[in-house]
Design a protein. Structure first.
Length: 363
């Protein structure tokens, strides 16, 4: 019994020492985690292990080794001790194109030391995985944007090819007396077609290119007339204020969006005999509301019924099923919109596109 107080004192000192060691390890753990989270976030994911290795070593990791696939390329790396067959592994996957197999070893002699080291390693692995996913998601977004632009240009080429087909059909069926009139119309269309052909050729070299905003503005009513002319459709354009018609100007990006929308609308109408060979021309009423052009395009009664949900992509049984969808999407991307409704006398398209701001906002 005489030694009991000394035993209690010794036990207390041991517990105090253990608590102090745990406190030191916890402090080191917090410091290592904070240092990991403070590392730059804008580095390439494959450089992340090299940046994090000094912190992992201080946390008690003896070595790391990794290998895997990065967008089709075999990648690998190693830091610290030589890999051994008994090293544990963890798989990090960031989509079908990026997967890393991570192996590691720790130098902890106790379960507590190993647990602290593995906690830091888990933070390292999750931070690495987050960086991998950020990169793959950024690539996916960029590819989606590139695909959308290429899809626009692909449909623009289809519209141009359709114009060539209609022109060949007209010339093939024309009588000798009709040929001079068709040749005159082709001569009028030549500058428009040349400009579009140049844009399409430029797009094949730089698929993501967009019109430069430094280019001069475009007259909106000219776009309406030119698009109808290329489709072989007659159109009458009226502005609420005829004197203000020349001031209806569009920046290059909205102008291209309106041109693309009109091409898709008119290419659909050009296939309809009621619109192409009807006695009445298309009628377009233009006004300005809140700094945007609003064009109400009235078609004659069409020989084919107007489909339900016409703007739904991949729905059309003919063509690509993307024309009207792209017409609306293109205008909405430029800050405008496109709506359509069927009425007894035909279909009414309502196109909205922002104008170049000027002192005159309303017609």
């Amino acid at each position: 019994m005489i030694h009991l107080p000394w035993l209690l004192v010794a036990l207390g000192l041991v517990l105090l020492l253990v608590a102090w060691v745990v406190w030191l390890r916890g402090r080191r753990l917090r410091r290592c985690v904070a240092q990991l989270l403070a590392l730059p976030t804008d580095v390439h994911p494959l450089r992340w292990p090299r940046l994090a290795w000094p912190i992992l070593r201080r946390a008690g990791i003896a070595g790391i080794a990794w290998q895997g696939n990065w967008f089709g390329d075999a990648v690998q790396g190693r830091w610290g001790a030589e890999p051994g067959p008994s090293w544990p592994a963890q798989r990090l996957e960031a989509g079908p194109d990026c997967a890393i197999e991570l192996h590691w070893a720790d130098i902890g002699r106790t379960d507590e030391a190993r647990a602290l080291a593995l906690t830091v390693l888990d933070v390292f692995a999750q931070a690495w995985l987050a960086r991998m996913r950020e990169r793959t998601q950024a690539v996916a977004v960029a590819l989606a944007q590139r695909a959308q632009v290429q899809l626009y240009w692909q449909h623009d080429m289809r519209n141009l090819a359709q114009w060539v087909g209609l022109l060949a059909e007209e010339f093939g069926a024309a009588t000798p007396e009709q040929l001079p009139r068709l040749a005159q119309r082709l001569q009028r269309q030549a500058p428009l077609l040349q400009a579009r052909a140049h844009r399409l050729l430029a797009a094949t070299e730089a698929p993501a290119a967009v019109p430069a905003r430094g280019e001069p503005p475009v007259r909106a009513l000219d776009l309406l007339q030119n698009a109808a002319e290329l489709a072989g459709l007659a159109i009458e354009v009226h502005a609420d204020d005829a004197d203000a018609a020349p001031t209806l100007l569009l920046e290059p990006v909205p102008a291209q969006a309106l041109e693309r929308a009109l091409d898709n609308i008119f290419s659909n109408l050009a296939r309809d005999s009621g619109a192409r060979h009807g006695a009445m021309p298309l009628r377009c009423e233009c006004s300005v509301r809140e700094g945007a052009l609003q064009a109400r395009l009235h078609t004659p009664r069409l020989s084919t019924p107007w489909p339900r949900r016409a703007f739904e992509p991949l729905k059309s049984p003919t063509g690509s099923g993307m024309g009207l969808y792209q017409a609306r999407r293109s205008l909405r991307d430029a800050g405008g919109d496109l709506q359509a409704s069927e009425e007894p006398q035909g279909v009414v398209f309502v196109l909205r596109v922002p104008l170049v701001l000027s002192g005159r906002q309303e017609i």
